[in-house]
Each structure stands twice: as structure tokens, then as C-alpha cells.
Write a protein that binds this ligand. Structure first.
Ligand SMILES: [Zn+2]
Length: 441
């Protein structure tokens, strides 16, 4: 990941809150793995899995610009996914499936069964057997409870949504320090579990099992991998996060191919349903050139080449003028060019296009702050929080806007609230210092 993204990713250091959470979670101890039937150390109970999913998945979906505003496509994916889930080991998980607006290539699952695929990956697939491979793989992670049994700290430390969005930018906001660093709602991909190669192998095997049971040609699994590997060669940056969270290897592909030839030899004539997939995703594929311009723009953003990024997002908006994700990417780009007034034009347009999605409100607040319109910025952050509670950064920014309006006691309330959510990192230090200086702690 490039530095621009890194700065937006929540600090992964384990803090006290994580530690307390881990201490209680560790008490869960051994549980029977629903897939293997053997006992295994689980760091989360099923109730905790669902709770964590509920707290975190809305933030990831919003970071990915929300579910697509295409009810037919979401309904198609949800029905498709639930049909597959009926063949899985865990029937009582509250599964849900959607497409999200992000342009990069990825799919992911939260431990309580909330599963998403980006527009970027859906336009790469060509039939339902590949979609079944993709969804089957994600279902595999949920069913084998990979998030719950992970021994690494990654999953655990991301439980805390709290982070550091670059104190430099925040404290020097009046000097127009790098606004790119204040933009973040939730760091891109920071909430996603990254899996081990063993996890990947198991998810692939389970995916093939579920898809075949659901009547799809199991060749969709190796075909899916082949498609993704081939496409990643021409635009690797769009695939970064997919391969970071789901490590890809020749070995994975070979194993899936072997499984197809040996275990699933009798199922090779099952349908791949090319036409059905093409029909249901036709509208999406119409804007593939716009999605590709977004992918190129995002690549330039990570390289901090904001002028070229702006050119690509311009192309995006020429091809798809009302694209919520395209508008917000352009807004972030304009903020990075220190053009908050231009940025605000795009955030406002985005808001009117997708009024229930929260990210536009957050970016709008930042754009207003950069114009010293603190009252309006506060309102924007408040609107964001009403749509999507639980992001400590918003609480901090609310404190900062109130402080800028000389409303000390209201600011102190927000800083106190922030410190309850996160007591480590630069923002926490800043908040605590403020309270101390004001004698309000
Ligand atoms: Zn995976």
C-alpha cells in the first residue's frame, strides 16, 4: 500500500481497549469447528462474531461508497448468495450479500455473514459459475470461522475503530496542511481480515463444495482464479487489496484444478450460466470504462499525482456524471489539490444522488472545515454520525470544529467522548491536552 493510503489506515498497535476485549474474548476458548467437526481455539463466540459484523461492516461498506443503488443487482446477488449459503455448513448465520460501489477489485466477508463484492470485481466475471466460486470462497471463510480462530493480532486490533488521522493535518488545519490526511472515514481495507494461505486453501475447497452442491459447474473456481490473475497483470494496483487479504498463488490455482479433475470429475457438465450472469450485470458492464478510469485515478492518488488523478476522475464523470463513488473520488482529489470549494461542489452533488449514504457527509464536513465554515462543518459531521454512528474520527472532528467556534464546553464534551472511544494515539493526546488546558478534565 502506498503512503497516502497508509496514512488513512487505522493504527494497528494494540491498545488497552483491544487488550480488554481480547482478554474477555479469549475466555471463549475451544469450540467445535462447524466444518471439520473438531475442537479448535476460537477467539470469538458466535454472538461476538455477529456483534463485530454489525459494528464494522457498515463502516467498510461506506468506505466502499455504499451498496450500489441498483435494487435489481443487489437482489440478484442476495438471492444468489443465499441459495449457495443453503448448501453451507452453518445455516443459522444471518447472511446478506450486496454489490458495493468501489471500483477496485475485491470481495470480502465479515464474520457474521455480511458479504460484499465490488463493482470492480463483478465486471471482471463472465458467468455464474465464477460468481459461485467467488461467493463460495467467502462463505468458506465464514463457515470455517477463520476470523474467529485467527491467532494473529490483525483481526483483533482492528476491532477498535479508533485511529490516528495524522495529527499534523489536524492541528495545522488553519495552515491548509495536507487535507488528504483528514479525509478518512474508515481506512481503506483496514477492517478486512487478511487470511493465511491455509485459510485460503480451506475457503477454496469449501467454495467448490458449496457451488457444486448448488448445481454450478465447479470449473468456475479455477476459472475465477485464472481470470483474476490474468486481469491483475494489466492493472496490478486495482488488485492490491484483493491479493493482500486473499493471498493468491499458483499453488491455489493448481489445487483447485486438481480438485476439479479428481473430486469433481462427475460435475464438469454442470452449467456455468453465462447468459444469466451477463443479463443481470449488463448495466454494470456499460460503465466499465468509467470504473477503469476510477481505478487509474485511484492509482495516481496513491502516487500523490493529484493532477493526473484529476484528469482520470474527469473522464469518469464524463462517462458517468452521477456516479456517487466517482464524485467522491473527485472530491478527495480536489481536497488533496487544496481546492476545498471545488471539492464541496462534488460532495454536495454526491449527497443529493445518494442521500442515505454517509461518506459524502463526512467529506463535505472536511471540505467545509477547510473553508473555515465551522458551523456548517459541524452540521455535516453530525449528519454523518446520525447515518453511521461509531466512527471516533467524526467525534474528534466535531470537537475540533466546536473548538474553532470557541465553544469550549461543547468541544470538551466531544473530546471526552473521543477519549472514551480511543485513549491512545495522537488525537487522543491532543484531546486530553485540550481538556487539561481548559481545566475541564
Ligand atoms: Zn479468501
Amino acid at each position: 500500500m502506498s503512503s497516502w493510503l497508509e496514512e488513512r489506515v487505522w493504527e494497528r498497535r494494540l491498545n488497552r481497549r483491544d487488550f480488554l476485549w481480547l482478554s474477555s474474548a479469549a475466555l471463549v476458548g475451544c469450540a467445535v469447528n462447524p466444518v471439520t467437526g473438531s475442537r479448535q481455539l476460537m477467539l470469538m463466540s458466535e454472538t461476538q462474531e455477529i456483534q463485530i459484523d454489525k459494528e464494522q461492516s457498515p463502516h467498510q461498506f461506506s468506505a466502499d461508497y455504499g451498496a450500489v443503488q441498483d435494487d435489481q443487482l443487489n437482489a440478484y446477488l442476495n438471492d444468489f448468495g443465499k441459495n449457495l449459503a443453503e448448501k453451507s455448513h452453518r445455516q443459522n448465520v444471518p447472511y446478506s450479500f450486496r454489490a458495493v460501489n468501489a471500483a477496485y477489485v475485491n470481495a470480502y466477508a465479515f464474520p457474521g455473514g455480511s458479504i460484499a463484492a465490488t463493482r470492480g470485481i463483478l465486471v471482471e466475471l463472465t458467468d455464474e459459475s465464477q460468481l459461485a466460486g467467488l461467493m463460495g470462497h467467502e462463505l468458506g471463510h465464514v463457515n470455517a470461522r477463520h476470523a474467529a480462530s485467527k491467532a494473529s493480532w490483525d483481526m483483533v486490533s482492528t476491532v477498535a475503530l479508533a485511529g490516528t488521522t495524522a495529527l499534523l493535518a489536524v492541528t495545522k488545519y488553519k495552515e491548509y496542511a495536507s487535507w488528504a490526511q483528514v479525509l478518512g472515514g474508515v481506512g481503506a481495507g483496514a477492517l478486512l481480515a487478511s487470511y493465511s494461505r491455509d485459510n485460503e486453501r480451506e475457503a477454496d475447497a469449501l467454495g467448490m463444495e458449496y457451488m457444486t452442491k448448488a448445481g454450478f459447474n465447479p470449473s468456475g473456481m479455477p476459472n475465477l482464479m485464472q481470470v483474476l490473475v490474468n486481469q491483475s497483470k494489466s492493472k496490478p494496483s486495482a488488485f492490491d487489496r484483493l491479493f493482500a487479504t486473499h493471498p493468491m498463488s499458483d499453488e491455489r490455482l493448481k489445487t483447485a484444478q486438481n480438485q476439479l479433475d479428481i473430486k469433481y470429475a462427475d460435475s464438469k457438465n454442470l452449467p456455468v450460466n453465462k447468459e444469466r450472469y451477463m443479463d443481470h450485470t449488463a448495466k454494470l458492464r456499460q460503465i466499465k470504462p468509467a470504473l477503469e478510469a476510477m481505478q487509474r485515478g485511484e492509482k495516481y492518488m496513491t502516487q500523490e499525482d493529484f493532477n493526473n488523478a484529476s484528469t482520470e476522475f474527469n473522464k469518469t464523470l464524463q462517462l458517468a456524471p452521477n456516479d456517487y463513488a466517482g464524485l467522491l473520488m473527485m472530491a478527495k482529489c480536489q481536497m488533496s489539490l487544496n481546492k476545498p470549494t471545488d471539492a464541496q461542489r462534488f460532495t454536495q452533488q454526491a449527497q443529493s444522488i445518494y442521500p442515505t449514504e454517509a461518506q459524502a457527509n463526512h467529506l463535505n464536513g472536511v471540505a467545509l472545515m477547510a473553508q473555515n465554515k465551522f458551523d456548517a462543518a459541524y452540521q455535516a459531521f453530525d449528519q454523518y454520525e446520525k447515518k453511521l454512528p461509531g466512527n471516533p474520527n467524526t467525534v474528534f472532528l466535531k470537537g475540533l470544529t466546536l473548538e474553532s467556534m470557541q465553544r469550549k464546553s461543547a468541544a470538551a464534551q466531544e473530546y471526552n467522548r473521543y477519549l472514551q472511544l480511543s485513549n491512545q494515539g495522537d488525537q487522543a493526546k491532543y484531546a486530553a491536552q485540550r481538556l487539561q488546558t481548559w481545566g475541564l478534565k
